[in-house]
Each structure stands twice: as C-alpha cells, then as structure tokens.
Design a protein around this ligand. Structure first.
Ligand code: FAD
Length: 624
C-alpha cells in the first residue's frame, strides 16, 4: 500500500482534524518513518491542522536500527534522524515542532505491545506483513483503542473484512479492491473500558448542543479552561508545571517555602541512572522509560539556553558482589542492551573509568551522571513563562471540589487558587491533602556528606552502589546518603557522616583509613517520601469514598474500573529516584489530563497508579 493512499483516504478528509485539539494515528508496524514523515508533512501544509498530532507506531526490536526515511522531505527526515531513540524495548516519545507533533515508538513485538498501548485513535494504518495469522487478535486490539468513527486503512486480505466486522468496524468499498478501508462504528459493546478521553470539564463550559458525545466534547478544546493548580515546587511540581504549560495550560504553583527546590529537591546534586537487574522487571522497565525521557526533556530545555548544571562523562555502578557483577553482565547480553545504554565493565575498566581503584567490577551508563535538581526546577519554571503564577510562602491546608472546580485553601481558610485540575506534587504531605486510604507513604530521613579535599579528589565520574560519591569539582565530593525510615531529626548527625564514608569506602578503597572528624564535615538532611512497594504514586487519584460504598462490586476491579476524583492527580513518593521519575510522571499526567496517548505501557502506569493500594484493599475485601 502506498503511503499516499493512506494520507488521501484516512487523512484526506481534513475536516476530521480541523480545529481539533489532538489527532491520533496508530500504525501497527513502523515503516522506518516513511508514513510518519508524510503525515507530518501533510499536517504542516494544512492551515486547518489539529493543535497536536500524535503518531504512535509499533516497531519490533528485531528490525533495523536506523530510520530509512523518505528523501522527499529531507528536513523532516533529518529531524527524525537527529531525535532517533536508543534501541531498547519500551515506549519512546519523540517531540517535534515544539511538541505539536509527537511520535511515540513502541519498541517490541506487535502481539505483546498492542494491548499495552493506551490511547484513543482517530486513524489506523494497518500493515499486514506480520499479522497474517493474527488478524482477529489485532482487529480486537484496535477496537479497544478506537475513537468513534476512527478510520482504518490496510492492504486487502481475504480474512480482514470479517475480522474487522467482528471487532466493530464497518468496511467501505474501495475502487480497485486492493485496499480495505473501514470505520469504527460498533453496533454492540465491543470493549470493557472506554479508551482515554480528555478530562470532561463540568463547570458550564459544555459545547452548545445538549446531546454531544464524549468524542464531541473533546472536540471543543477552546471551551476547556486550561488552568491547573500544582501544590509543591520541587522536582515533581516543576516538571508538571512545564509539561502542562507546554500544552498551553496556565499553572498556579503553590509552595510553602520562599523558593523552588527547597526540601528533598534542594540537595546540591543527585545521581540519575536506570536500574539494570537480572530480569527485565517492572522497576527496570519503568526506570528505563523515566531515564530516557528525562534525558530527552533535559536536552530540550538546554537547547534554548536553560542551564542545567550536570555532568557528561557517564556514571559507574559498582556491584555489591562479584557474583552480581557476572549476573548483570549476562543480563545485559541477554536483553541485547546497547552500549550507549549500559555496558558491563571488569575491575580494570571500572578503575580506568573512575580514575581511581574500585573494589569490584560493575556496569557503566554512558548517559548517566549527576545533575542539580534546583537547576532543573528553575529551567522548567522559566520555560513555563507567563503561563506560570507562583504563590511562594503559602501552605495549602485543605483542598476541595465544588461545581467542577478545585480550590486550594491556606491555613486561615482563604482560597488561594481555583482550577478544574489540581495536582498534588507535595511529597509526604500529599496523602494528607488527598485523604488516602491507609496512609500509603512514609518519610525516610537522608543525610548527605560533603567532602572538601579528600582522597576522592581524582574521581572522574559518579560512583553508585551501596551509597554514592559524586565529584562536584574544585576538590568537592558529595557522598551519601543515609536511609532512616521514619527518621525525623532535621539536624546533621556525626554518625550519619561516618556511615556515608564507610559505605563509599567499600566501593572506593582510596577512602579506607580517611577519618576526618565527623563534627567538622558539611552535610545536608532531607526527607524522601516512599511507599511500601517503593514505586512512586503517579496519575489520577481514586474516589475512595465512592469505591468504599461500592466495595462488593469492586472486589474484582481492574484499575480502569475504579471511580476517580475528576481533575485530581498525584505525582509524589519518588523515594530516592526523583530525577528519574519526575519528568515522565509529568508527561503521563499531562497526557491523562488531555486524553493523549500515554507515554508508557499500561501495565507500567498501573504499577505506579496512586489507586493501587486501594485496589488491593478492595480485592482483599477490607471494606466489605
Ligand atoms: C539525602 C537524599 C539524597 C537523595 N539523592 C537522590 C539522588 O541522588 N538521585 C535522585 O534521583 N533522587 C535522590 N533523592 C530523592 C529526591 O531528592 C526526591 O525524590 C525528589 O527531590 C522528590 O521531589 P518532590 O518534588 O516529590 O518532593 P520535594 O522536593 O520534597 O518537594 C515537595 C514540595 O512540596 C512542598 N509542600 C509540601 N506540602 C505542602 C503544602 N501543604 N503546601 C505547599 N507546599 C507544600 C514542600 O515545601 C516541597 O517544596 C534523594 C533524597 C534525599 C533525601
């Protein structure tokens, strides 16, 4: 099938994306970028184009590594080549045209990837080379994510019309019979859950017709007051501020301190790297997604001149044992992880990279490193520009929703801001404001130690393992960090310094015997917020009162069955990984608010769903 056929038949009817807030195309097999480029070029040339074009494509890991792109659009081709992601499984989001054209590549096998992609498609482009035997399965998977009247275009196949019909599509005649054209118009219910929609705003801004479908509601974007309240100006809150502002949202950011990045995000530096473990666990996949997306967004912030104080020589992880080092080395090989992502290193190579002897072998992340959290926060708020209003020195005591509008109140009961969307990005205090079942987060005290002139002065890259050491330049090395669950002492403790140095000495023998008087050392104390499963809380918050009242029916519920509190989202409990979680969290929430394709697989989003503890309680019959 020619791409022009797709563009003429599926996109040709421009009225479908004209004036729309978003338009989403799903391609079942990425063709090295040709259709994406053509769709992008069509979008560029159309003065009536939609505000945001999402193009999502599945791409098997086993196929080529570089885009083979059309030469008819050399400028766009080059932009795609420049943005090309690392070749690792999972979803990769690439943004062009200031985020107005978004390509999400789902790298993995079609059969396993399709059920994990969560979006509402306006158009499908189905290539049949890999789906021959699985037509019925693929048609059903497409029906799960099809918007009303979504169009589909595919090469003709004798079994395809029936498979599409069974899934709720209506096939149209095509002039020469070489193609199948179809539309999603089911006459009966073909799916358990509706695919994602933009948040319906209920404060009298409905479109003119009283009988508008949910799709139609999403088609009147100008009616939606794009205004959100964000509580907390650390890594979580500043990232969500930037991601919403990039979509044209006004943000009222409320922070109890007088500046950005004060609490956990006020550390002078933090390390960032994904987890690589013996299996490709949910945590490994999530940190991979968060790490790669953060790298992409940080570069996008740097492009117009924002300064992010960060290292660029990579990061070395030292294995806890030699056996672990071997196991990880074989896992890296087994998963086919590219050297640009991670490479196993023996003791000799690790010593060379570190610039001083290390105790054991490990693995090296060429794009890992250290960064200043405060610099990220400042850049994100600057990028939000005039769309951002900051209320510093203001503590939110309570939140409430009435007539479709959230209000944040201060301690004297004064309304601070009102908006249809409110995001809790206030770490350990979020569960209080949201009144969450069973108080799922706890505080973990952490103490850092700053060394001035030490045996670690020659360290070339950050070292992580059981503790970390970060070379900050000018003979300064940051080491850390202690991990005291429920610790509340805000004062620096000499014992914490001793603990930090002992841990680092187990990785970097140069520190053995270095015993400065702990009382003379500089340091910093801050508090992490963690959950019992050590996963962050990211996404729409559940309506716990409604769920409890319906506990019997929800005892076998899936996450999408749970009632949610309209417009209320959370991005908190980032534990020791705020740098890896915060940007991805912000993009996921912005996508959920806007009804855009999610940037990660559904099962990953469910692993960080703030409603997961409630879901477990419902399943265990705690409220019956
Ligand atoms: C010692 C230590 C070392 C760490 N090292 C690393 C590291 O190397 N790499 C890494 O990725 N992560 C590291 N972390 C974790 C990282 O710092 C956190 O995950 C991250 O900063 C959390 O960001 P946040 O925005 O969720 O929370 P915070 O930075 O705590 O921000 C929350 C904000 O909300 C505000 N707030 C709270 N309640 C209210 C309210 N009611 N009204 C108004 N404002 C409110 C607070 O004042 C605060 O500014 C470390 C943490 C510690 C403690």
């Amino acid at each position: 099938m020619t791409h022009s056929f797709f563009c003429a038949n599926v996109l040709g009817d421009r009225a479908r994306w004209a004036r729309q807030r978003r338009f989403t195309v799903l391609q079942t097999e990425f063709d090295a970028g040709r259709l994406f480029i053509e769709t992008w070029a069509t979008w560029r040339a159309d003065p009536q184009r939609c505000e945001r074009l999402h193009f999502v494509a599945v791409w098997p890991l086993t196929t080529m590594v570089h885009p083979d792109v059309s030469t008819e659009q050399p400028t766009l081709s080059q932009m795609l080549i420049d943005a090309w992601p690392m070749h690792v499984t999972g979803m990769h989001r690439l943004e062009f045209e200031n985020g107005r054209v978004v390509l999400t590549l789902a790298i993995g096998e079609l059969e396993s990837m399709l059920p994990k992609i969560w979006l509402r498609a306006d158009a499908f482009y189905l290539r049949l080379s890999r789906v021959d035997a699985k037509l019925a399965y693929v048609a059903k998977a497409l029906a799960r994510v099809a918007g009303d009247q979504a169009t589909l275009c595919a090469e003709a196949h004798p079994l395809l019309p029936q498979a599409l019909k069974d899934a709720g599509f209506i096939c149209d005649e095509t002039p020469d019979g070489g193609y199948v054209k179809a539309r999603f118009a089911p006459r009966w219910r073909v799916r358990r859950h509706e695919p994602p929609l933009a948040l319906a705003i209920e404060n009298g801004n409905a479109p003119p017709s009283a009988e508008f479908s949910k799709d139609a509601a999403a088609a009147f974007p100008s009616q939606t007051p794009r205004h959100a309240i964000v509580i907390g100006a650390g890594l979580a809150g500043c990232a969500i501020t930037e991601r919403l502002a990039s979509r044209g949202w006004r943000v009222s950011l409320i922070e109890r301190h007088d500046d950005l990045a004060h609490d956990a995000s006020g550390n002078p530096a933090g390390v960032f790297h994904p987890i690589v473990w013996r299996d490709d666990s949910i945590a490994a996949r999530l940190t991979r997604a968060g790490f790669l997306y953060a790298l992409h967004r940080w570069s996008e912030l740097e492009r117009p001149g924002h300064t992010l104080n960060r290292s660029d020589r990579g990061l070395l992880q030292i294995a806890d044992t030699t056996e672990d080092a071997h196991a990880i080395a074989s896992a890296i090989k087994r998963f086919g992880l590219p050297a640009s992502y991670v490479v196993a290193v023996d003791e000799h190579e690790a010593t060379r990279l570190a610039g001083q002897p290390v105790a054991r072998p490990g693995w090296f992340f060429a794009h890992g490193g250290w960064i200043s959290p405060a610099a990220i926060c400042a850049a994100q708020c600057e990028a939000a520009g005039d769309l951002l209003t900051i209320h510093f020195g203001t503590e939110v005591a309570r939140i409430d929703r009435e007539n479709g509008t959230w209000t944040a109140f201060d301690t004297s009961g004064r309304a601070l801001a009102q908006a249809p969307v409110l995001i809790l990005a206030n770490a350990g205090d979020a569960q209080r404001l949201a009144v969450l079942h069973g108080l799922p987060t706890r505080g973990v005290r952490g103490q850092l130690t700053l060394l001035n002139s030490s045996p670690l002065d020659g360290l070339r890259v950050p070292i992580v393992g059981d503790g970390y050491a970060v070379p900050l330049g000018a003979h300064r090395t940051l080491t850390g960090a202690t991990y005291d669950i429920d610790g509340i002492d805000t004062q620096i403790q000499p014992a914490g310094h001793t603990e930090n140095l002992e841990r680092v000495a187990m990785m970097l023998p140069a520190l053995v015997g270095f015993e400065p008087t702990p009382e003379t050392l500089e340091g910093r104390v801050a508090f992490r917020s963690v959950t019992s499963d050590r996963m962050p809380m990211i996404g729409a918050l559940a309506d716990e009162t409604a769920a409890r009242a319906d506990a019997a029916r929800l005892s076998g519920a899936w996450p999408l069955d749970l009632p949610r509190r309209p417009g209320l989202y959370g991005a908190f409990a980032f534990g020791s990984r705020g740098l890896v979680w915060s940007t991805l969290a912000a993009e996921l929430i912005a996508a959920q608010v806007e009804g855009e394709p999610w940037p990660i697989e559904r099962e990953l989003a469910e692993a960080i769903d703030p409603a997961r503890f409630l879901l477990r309680a419902l399943r265990q019959g705690e409220f019956s």
